[in-house]
Design a protein around this ligand. Structure first.
Ligand code: ATR
Length: 276
């Protein structure tokens, strides 16, 4: 077998399971497009501590961290930036000459996707869900001067998250009062194979100029389809996924990421899977 050239850089994703991750496809396409001698490898991790030690031992330059390790990985890094600390999750490790630095690009991927379509500063956004994904989104909205309002199936969790971040929340019973400059779904409701579900009543979507879903499989969730019918501007979770990856690419390589190439390959794969 032909070996890798000695100067070949190695990047990776750590997850379990990791088989369905689109990060290897997206990042390899980006590395190739930029003409970099590099490979991006998926690792199904069974021992996280040992895996992180391996980053240094093997000289892996950068790692994407996915479920279920985004919080646990924080125990094994040399540095964690403020955003990742506030959110309580690291999705990116950069091996900076042996120092393992943890950051979170999910919130920034979200912010950039939303800002490509609308202003955040001074505006009110209704955030559905109060789990790990919601934390990054609430953090990003506040950082950019927006006003999140959290609503969640378990009201106590919405309240706890709102208190932690100093923003407001609504109970489920107040849903009829809900109107805002945008609606953002951070729950898994509507994700394949449950594409028939939606986290929000279709007849209450016209109150929102912009509706965003963080789900990217299916590409057009029921929420987004109904929002489009209701005349809202819609943003798919694909944008957030691509942009969080582009920010990782920038951190690791110091280069601007080839965003459209990354979008192209991920879109092609998702379309292929949908037609299967
Ligand atoms: P993640 O870390 O990916 O955000 P999570 O921490 O499990 O995942 O959070 C999922 C969020 O989606 C939670 O806010 C959850 O609501 P609860 O706090 O009530 O559990 C919400 N969620 C998950 N399934 C849901 C469903 N079927 N209907 C409504 N909300 C749901």
């Amino acid at each position: 077998m032909k070996g890798l050239p000695s100067e070949c850089a190695v990047y990776a994703v750590f997850g379990n399971p990791v088989k369905h991750s689109l990060s290897p496809l997206m990042h390899q396409a980006a590395l190739d497009r930029m003409g970099l001698k590099a490979v991006y490898v998926p690792f199904c991790v069974t021992d996280l501590k040992e895996a992180v030690l391996g980053i240094r031992g093997l000289g892996i330059r950068g790692v994407s961290v996915t479920l279920p390790f985004k919080t646990a990985v924080m125990n094994y890094l040399d540095e964690i930036d403020e955003g990742a600390r506030r959110i309580g999750a690291v999705n990116t490790i950069w091996n900076d000459q042996g120092r393992l630095k943890g950051t979170n690009t999910d919130w920034l991927g979200f912010v950039l996707s939303l800002q490509a379509h609308t202003e955040i500063r001074g505006r009110r956004f209704l955030v559905i869900g109060a789990g790990g994904a919601a934390r990054g989104i609430v953090y990003g909205l506040i950082r950019e001067g927006g006003h999140p309002v959290i609503i969640n199936r378990t009201a106590a969790k919405a309240e706890a998250l709102a208190r932690e971040f100093g923003c407001s929340f609504l109970s489920g019973a107040e849903i009829h009062q809900a109107g805002a400059d945008g609606l953002i779904n951070t729950t898994p409701v509507g994700m394949a194979p449950h594409g028939e579900d939606s986290p929000w009543p279709g007849d209450r979507l016209h109150h929102f100029p912009v509706v965003m879903d963080i789900i990217y499989n299916p590409l057009q969730t029921r929420l987004l389809k109904e929002a489009r019918t209701a005349g809202c501007l819609t943003i798919s979770g694909l944008e957030m996924f691509i942009r969080q990856g582009a920010e990782q690419f920038k951190i690791w390589t110091g280069l601007e990421a080839p965003l459209s190439r990354m979008r192209e390959v991920v879109l092609a794969q998702l379309t292929k899977d949908a037609n299967r």
